[in-house]
Design a protein around this ligand. Sequence first.
Ligand code: MN
Length: 206
Amino acid sequence: MTTTVLAPTQFEVKPLPYAYDALAPAISSETLHYHHDKHYAGYVDKLNLLVADTPYADRSLEEIIATSDGAIFNNAAQAWNHEFFFEQFSPQPQTQPTGALREAIDRDFGSVEQLHAAIRKASVALFGSGWVWLVKDSTGHLSLLSTRNAGTPIRHGLVPLLCFDVWEHAYYLDYQNRRADAVDASWGLIDWQKVAQRYRRGGAGH
Ligand code: MN
C-alpha cells in the first residue's frame, strides 16, 4: 500500500523557459543553476514554510506582496521578482523594441541606447543588493526605479516592464565585481517581444 503525502506546498518553482546553457556565455550555465535552482528556489521553499498555517496560505503571490512585510514579504517578492527576471530573456530574442513601446522609450529616455546607459548607471549606483526596473506609471510614462533587497514595483502601483537583478549572486560567478559588464552582457538577451507584451498588458501580472 502506498501513501501519497500531500505537502502543504502552495507555490511551485517555475522552470526556466530555456535551457541552462542557452544564455551562455553572457550568463553561464553555472550561474543559472545557482541562481534558479538555489537562490530563486530557496525563496519559494522558504515562503512555503513561512505561509503554512497562516492567512497567507491561500493567497496569490501578488496579494502576499501587497499586504505582508518582514520575511514573508521578502521571500514572496523575491520569488515574484525572479520569475519576472528569468522570463524576460531568450536565446533568440527580438533584439530591439518596436512599435508603441519603442515610441515610449524614445519619448521618455531619448533612445534605446540612452535607456541602456541609464540602466547601467542606476545598476552601478545601487549600493548593496537590489533591482533596477523599467516601469510604467498610470499615465503611461516610463521611468527607472531602483529597489533595495526584495523591493518590487508592484508594491508601488507601478507596472514593471524589465528588471536587472544586481544582487551579487546574479553575476558574481561570471563577472565578479564588474556589475556594469554583467548588465551589458544580459542586455543583448532581453526579448523585447516579451517586454512589449508586458507594456501592452499594463497590469502587474507576468
Ligand atoms: Mn537573484
